[in-house]
Write a protein that binds this ligand. Sequence first.
Ligand SMILES: C[S@@+](CC[C@H](N)C(=O)[O-])C[C@H]1O[C@@H](n2cnc3c(N)ncnc32)[C@H](O)[C@@H]1O
Ligand SMILES: Nc1nc2[nH]cc(C(=O)O)c2c(=O)[nH]1
Ligand code: SF4
Ligand SMILES: [Mg+2]
Length: 255
Amino acid sequence: MSYRLILAEIFNSWQGEGGSVEGSAFGRRQIFVRFAGCDLRCVWCDSRQFIDASKVLQWRYEIEPFSGEFKYKPNPATLDEVVDVILSLDTGDVHSISYTGGEPTLQIKPLKALMEKSSELGFKNFLETHGGFPERIAEIAHLVDYASVDIKDESARATGAWRDLVMMEVESIKILRKAGAKVYAKLVVTKDTKLENIEWYASLLEGSAPLVIQPKEPIDLTQKQLMEFYKAAAKILGRENVGLSFQVHKYLNVL
Ligand SMILES: C[S@@+](CC[C@H](N)C(=O)[O-])C[C@H]1O[C@@H](n2cnc3c(N)ncnc32)[C@H](O)[C@@H]1O
Ligand SMILES: Nc1nc2[nH]cc(C(=O)O)c2c(=O)[nH]1
Ligand code: SF4
Ligand SMILES: [Mg+2]
């Protein structure tokens, strides 16, 4: 079977998110494979230019690790092309391959094939997902070493069926955990995030995964709000299972 992937970009950088909770790869060097296309529409999405896959006609890849210089190829990419780029960006100190997007699980068969190939090559697989498709997650869970699963806050306005989405995300987290992945939940918070919703997410995650609270960039909420959210989550999840996460790559000006 020859797989085709609709991609946005591949580059080598430090993982800028995840804070210090168990399962985080914050500060680890990764090769990022960004898939094009997403079914959700988070109002603050920083990858908006890639969420309509039909408009992403080319994907770009860094020509030298950490150079920020790119070459372009037409979509879809072949699995062999992607593997060649990954190998060319392997600096020998790579912690894992990050599959992000857009939403990587929308292309579950090619994603699975790429994860299998990466494992064969000795890389760990780090999945960054909105977690809205537990049945697809189940197809790849055995290949996932690390997973960062977003819990979409109401204020993200990602979808009309927000509560259903949250339940799916929690289901995905449980599937990944059961399969042995190191998994944590990531909640992007804004000034409009409600404390009662934080309590709801925390109660759903109890016993399943730690939670990082990540302010939306650019940050619009107060430190007081952030402290309150943290406290409410820690009260339910336990003090070892909550942390903050900031998008540090944006402060460092790296990819
Ligand atoms: C672009 S998404 C791709 C993966 C997947 N679709 C998801 O949402 O988890 C990668 C990560 O960036 C986060 N993110 C995107 N835009 C952001 C922003 N403006 N501020 C903070 N986090 C953001 C998302 O919440 C997610 O954790
Ligand atoms: N450095 C860096 N860290 C990241 N962590 C999550 C990212 C993403 O867009 O998925 C990301 C990204 O785009 N760059
Ligand atoms: S789910 Fe991820 S890629 Fe999709 S719109 Fe939200 S942040 Fe962007
Ligand atoms: Mg990003």
